[in-house]
Design a protein around this ligand. Structure first.
Ligand SMILES: [Fe+2]
Length: 187
């Protein structure tokens, strides 16, 4: 879908197919993080948390793309294609909203339970899950965003220098970076 909308607004074959990252979940250290639970339940809970936060990140990108496509200042010679691209994004966005809802229900209900631990005790699920959830939010909501920003800036830098040459490209990037200082990306 992203490649279809990209080609709609920039034109067919304007950009090559980029490499798709293998994994967009929080990286695993290999250490157990929910030692109160059997490993298969830890894996299931982490998968649900990762998917929910990936969906939340996707929602913010859907909103960003629709705003960019629908701004009359952008794609001025391809307004109809840009509107069609926004509509395609909206359709996927609607579908993904359902995924956010079921994941919220599953994790919230689980959090309300009392869990039997591997050592035979009982613990409120909130006490087991909340510290992991806080780390997931920190990674998906802050750390990954910072890393993505660095990666994207490096990509833009390469494309600008390749397109404009060294002198013009560096001047352009200086202006580009100054925009980021003036208008920080909203949290
Ligand atoms: Fe989804």
């Amino acid at each position: 879908m992203w490649f279809a909308v990209r080609d709609a607004v920039f034109g067919k074959d304007a950009y090559p197919l980029p490499e798709v990252p293998e994994n967009i979940s929080r990286p695993e250290s290999g250490e157990r993080e929910l030692p109160d639970l059997p490993p298969q339940f830890e894996a299931l809970i982490k998968m649900l948390m990762n998917v929910l936060l990936i969906e939340v990140r996707a929602e913010s990108f859907f909103a960003f793309c629709c705003a960019v496509f629908r701004s009359p200042a952008n794609f001025t010679d391809r307004r109809a294609a840009a509107e069609q691209a926004a509509q395609i994004v909206e359709r996927i966005r609607q579908d993904e909203a359902i995924h956010v809802a079921y994941l919220r229900v599953a994790l919230s209900e689980l959090r309300s339970f009392t869990l039997k631990t591997v050592s035979g005790g009982m613990k409120p699920a909130a006490a087991v899950l909340d510290p992991l959830w806080a780390q997931m939010v920190e990674w998906h909501g802050r750390r990954e965003r910072e890393l993505a920003r660095e990666r994207t800036r490096a990509d833009i830098g390469c494309q600008v220098i390749a397109g404009l040459g060294d002198t013009k490209g560096k001047a352009f990037l200086k202006e580009f970076d100054a925009l980021g200082e003036k208008e920080p990306i909203p949290a």
